[in-house]
Design a protein around this ligand. Structure first.
Ligand SMILES: Nc1ncnc2c1ncn2[C@@H]1O[C@H](COP(=O)(O)OP(=O)(O)OP(=O)(O)O)[C@@H](O)[C@H]1O
Ligand SMILES: [Mg+2]
Length: 362
């Protein structure tokens, strides 16, 4: 798949802009604060229905304006799709595909897929398990509507359960009240765990191969899902999870939150047997993150039969020359949109999109 065009209205520092892209490499250049990251972010928003940078929709609206609008045209194997994403003056988001409004975000699954890489992505390796769960969740949510639904239900149940634990920890009926939530939590939790195990298995194979290539065979990468529940069939996971929630009742009551479940799981990342989360150097962590992202691209190809779009925000300057060359080589088979302040690489046939003060000058 590839993006043909992006139109923006009162979005971030853009009053109005229209940008067209080519199928291969696109270089978005401009000075600091011109609006390069904003442009890439608008594509991400159209793919996932939210920003990678902010949880507040109204941050996306140009200051002193009331609403914003993004329109992206994506070319796919059989036809084009138009995605419209808007935030209105009530801070509500609206998403439409080919003019038809979506009632659920899962309607976006499989329309536009992106793999986003920015200097922040190093967090994926070195920061808390939450960052790694986010990586899995964002990737799986783009591949599977079932996953996205299970995840949003699970999160809603989790917050209800935690609310009960906080507000009613003294209530004699608490156990009975929790039970109804526990049953639902175990159901959706088991679905999440099954899919995460499978995801980690597949990504591990690709990431190992890619990492081997990038490090010229010097580092053996191993990735696996680290869960409080051992790998099992979904029905077994469900009953074990339910059991565990019951066992943990007293503990959770004291803590006033749910201490066990896939919301506490992690992704284990080892290079030559060393835990990269704790002991990786900056460069190693960055390279591992890159390997994982490229593995994600392969996974999308397997699952959806089409290449996703690779968004590289400001990453070239962080890599040494050989990594830069490898990155450009690996991205030559899919539409890639790179932002940078200047581009001096020795590659051919790319399109330059110049951004100056919130305006696209092609
Ligand atoms: N809601 C908003 N309304 C207006 N301007 C905004 C809004 N949100 C962010 N901006 C501004 O948009 C400008 C461009 O931001 P952006 O992150 O896209 O820059 P950039 O071109 O990627 O720069 P850099 O090279 O430093 O990464 C910033 O000056 C930022 O303050
Ligand atoms: Mg930027």
């Amino acid at each position: 798949m590839y993006i043909k065009s992006v139109a923006l209205k009162n979005y971030r520092n853009y009053s109005s802009a229209y940008v067209t892209f080519n199928e291969g490499l696109n270089i978005v250049v401009g000075k600091n604060a011109a609006g390069k990251t904003n442009l890439v972010e608008s594509i991400y928003c159209s793919a996932l229905g939210k920003s990678p940078r902010s949880n507040k929709y109204k941050d996306l609206i140009k200051w002193n304006e009331e609403s914003c609008y993004i329109k992206v045209v994506v070319a796919k194997k059989y036809r084009d799709y138009t995605i419209e994403f808007g935030i209105d003056n009530m801070d509500k988001k609206r998403v439409a595909i080919d003019g038809i409004p979506l009632t659920r975000l899962s309607g976006l699954v499989g329309i536009l897929n992106v793999v986003f890489f920015s200097p922040d992505e190093i967090k994926l390796i070195k920061e808390s398990p939450q960052e790694r769960r986010k990586f899995i969740d964002i990737s799986l949510s783009q591949q599977s509507g079932v996953y996205l639904d299970a995840l949003s239900k699970y999160n809603a149940i989790l917050s209800q359960r935690n609310k009960l634990l906080k507000e009613k920890f003294n209530d004699a009926n608490l156990a009975a009240q929790l039970y109804a939530w526990d049953v639902q939590m175990a159901k959706y939790g088991a679905q999440i765990i099954v899919q995460r195990y499978a995801f980690a298995d597949s990504i591990a194979v690709y990431a190992k191969r890619i990492h081997d290539q990038i490090t010229e065979g010097k580092e053996q990468l191993s990735v696996s899902y680290e869960s409080g529940l051992e790998r099992a069939e979904k029905s077994e996971l469900e009953s074990k999870f339910l059991q565990k929630l019951q066992q943990n009742f007293e503990k959770d009551k004291n803590l006033q939150y749910t201490s066990f479940g896939p919301h506490r799981d992690d992704l284990e990342i080892l290079s030559n047997g060393i835990d990269m989360r704790k002991f990786g150097s900056q460069g190693q962590q960055r390279t591992v993150a890159l390997s994982l992202k490229f593995a994600e691209i392969q996974l999308f190809k397997d699952e959806l039969g089409e290449s996703p779009i690779l968004l590289l925000d400001d990453v070239l300057s962080e890599l040494d020359e050989s990594r830069r060359r490898q990155l450009l080589e690996m991205s030559s088979t899919l539409q890639t949109i790179i932002t940078c302040t200047e581009f001096e690489e020795d590659v051919q046939g790319y399109k330059t999109i110049k951004i100056v003060g919130g305006q696209a000058v092609e």
